[in-house]
Design a binder for this molecule. Sequence first.
Ligand code: DQA
Length: 147
Amino acid sequence: SSILVVNGPNLNLLGTREPEKYGTATLGDIERLCAGAADAHGLECDFVQSNYEGALVDAIHEARQKSLGIVINAAAYTHTSVAIRDAISAVELPAVEVHITNVHAREPFRHHSYLSDVCRAVIAGAGPLGYRFAIDYLAELTRDRNV
Ligand code: DQA
């Protein structure tokens, strides 16, 4: 049983990207955090990071067959992408939207998300821990399902 963890554009640069905003954890650190959190629930994670919108859409489609749920930090595509939103709706898996920063305390263009209302939960501003909270929540939500 696995959870798909999706990271969008520029998150491959975590650790060196504006560390005063995003912290010093790398994407590898975050993926290890996710794997550990999933393991505590007897689950696994599949990871995808892409700077391309269509690659993220493809990964979400593939989750339909093999995942219990989706954790997604779509990064800047959060604020622009109807395609990613429609992919989340299409696969009918529980999804949790995660942002490292508190997007509501930032520029107004980050306050709107195309994803939030098709996600079961939204976690913003908790730093990398937000990914762990998302996995704990999905594990609890899908506890009785053995996919
Ligand atoms: C982000 C917030 C987005 O507004 C931004 O474009 C990102 C990262 C976050 O994790 O805080 O790239 O999703």
